[in-house]
Design a protein around this ligand. Structure first.
Ligand SMILES: Cc1cc2nc3c(=O)[nH]c(=O)nc-3n(C[C@H](O)[C@H](O)[C@H](O)COP(=O)(O)OP(=O)(O)OC[C@H]3O[C@@H](n4cnc5c(N)ncnc54)[C@H](O)[C@@H]3O)c2cc1C
Length: 390
């Protein structure tokens, strides 16, 4: 078994990990960085709507020009039927940062990974972290699986966990995820015939079981997701699309815009949706970034932008830490925590705006779990959420 070494090993080549590798190499070219990614970016990835101001972190990472050449779809913003049946519209027309975006997500992630390589990082695709051994202040020995090429070990002075919500490395080091909310999303795909028109804005539509999301992607693919929880979707079966289609027919705005589309026939995909954070996003010679550190509600469409922002923060903190700044990682944790708290209050405000189904388990569960507003109106006051371990 061969053993390589590097200053920083970044585990996970999604937006957070790839952006951390890019930012580190740009900030501290003397540091050797290895980016380890389990996939080859061939399969479709979920999470595709970006707000206009994502242009800021993409510019700081030096990938904005390339991003614009990658065929992502410019979007006029988001329409929502939330709190009432009539749609409201958040138009990006006057945004100083230009349009919102609907991504070819796999291409987006691959672009960042390729940029990491071009900035001098070593990029190992189709390679997964299997386990790790602490070497104390010298860092870690990581065991990596590389398919047919056989296992390798990698020594790293510092490890960045960017493995997404599972936080594989941080969990193995004893960090625990504090879950504030737990839902799941059931995705289906439609196709748009070549001559049909479809609005470029994403649509969010609340329903008794939760909320629907739909968006046109590059290439005429339309993704449609129902986000609900274990109570609101209990007993529904997803092996065939019948139940999902039945609920879709009761969401008038979403159903209407899909009239011009054909169901793709692909199997539905159910994915967990957790809002939460690690109890500590760093430890001896490691830190967590992106979803590994904290996950936002997909209702906000902020997950990827947050992943990029936290990558820039992490690269800065890590570089300072390796130069001997003992407070750098604590400051990183404080910034992540205050942003997560702000997100919790914003999502609380949104969920409280929807009052049409007071007896529905989904909405009751949300109201009971959300943090109280800063100055709550008496009729909306709900119990404070307590973060719970899964
Ligand atoms: C239903 C749903 C809808 C969403 N919609 C949106 C949206 O519209 N807009 C938005 O901005 N955000 C959205 N999000 C959130 C967004 O997808 C995430 O916040 C974002 O992907 C976080 O990026 P990341 O790099 O931290 O993690 P990930 O994107 O999860 O990347 C983790 C990477 O690590 C790799 N990896 C995992 N384990 C290992 C291992 N052991 N070894 C090596 N590699 C490993 C994975 O292959 C992957 O590439 C949505 C999330 C959900 C659940």
């Amino acid at each position: 078994m061969s053993e390589d070494s590097c200053d920083v090993a970044v585990i996970g080549g999604g937006p957070a990990g790839a952006a951390t590798a890019v930012a580190l190499r740009r900030k501290a070219p003397a540091l050797s960085v290895t980016l380890v990614e389990r996939t080859t970016y061939d399969a479709p990835r979920l999470g595709e709507t970006l707000p206009p101001d994502v242009r800021l972190p993409l510019s700081r990472l030096g990938v904005w020009e390339g991003f614009q050449r990658d065929g992502h779809l410019a979007s006029r913003g988001t329409s929502s039927c939330w709190g009432r049946a009539e749609p409201g519209f958040h138009d990006t027309w006057l945004s100083p940062w230009g349009p919102a975006w609907h991504l070819d997500r796999a291409r987006f992630d691959e672009r960042l990974s390729t940029e990491a390589f071009q900035q001098g990082a070593r990029v190992l695709r189709a390679t997964a972290l299997v386990d790790s051994e602490s070497l104390g202040r010298d860092g870690y020995r990581l065991r990596l699986a590389r398919g047919a090429a056989g296992p390798v070990t990698l020594r790293a002075r510092f490890v960045v966990d960017a493995t997404g919500g599972k936080a594989t490395f941080a969990s193995a080091r004893g960090a625990r995820r504090l879950v504030s909310d737990r839902c799941f999303a059931v995705y289906g795909a439609f196709t748009l015939p070549g001559d049909a028109a479809f609005p470029t804005h994403a649509l969010v539509e609340a329903c008794p079981e939760g909320w629907w999301y739909s968006a046109l992607l590059p290439g005429g693919r339309v993704v449609v997701a129902l986000v609900g929880d274990g109570d609101s979707l209990r007993g529904l079966r997803w092996a065939t699309p019948a139940s999902w289609m039945h609920l879709l027919k009761q969401a008038p705005a979403t159903r209407a815009r899909l009239d011009v589309c054909d169901f793709s026939g692909e199997a539905l995909v159910a994915v967990p949706v957790l809002v939460g954070r690690l109890d500590r996003p760093w430890g001896e010679q490691w830190l967590a970034v992106g979803d590994a550190a904290c996950t936002y509600d997909p209702l906000s469409s902020q997950g990827i932008a947050k992943a990029l922002d936290s990558a820039l923060l992490a690269a800065d903190a890590l570089e300072r830490c390796l130069r001997g700044d003992a407070d750098a990682l604590q400051a990183y944790e404080s910034t992540l925590h205050s942003r997560f708290q702000a997100h919790q209050h914003t999502r609380g405000d949104y969920y409280r705006q929807e009052q049409r189904w007071p007896q529905s388990p989904f909405w009751k569960n949300r109201w009971e779990a959300l943090p109280a507003p800063a100055a709550p109106p008496a009729q909306l006051r709900r119990p404070h959420s307590t973060e719970v371990n899964p």
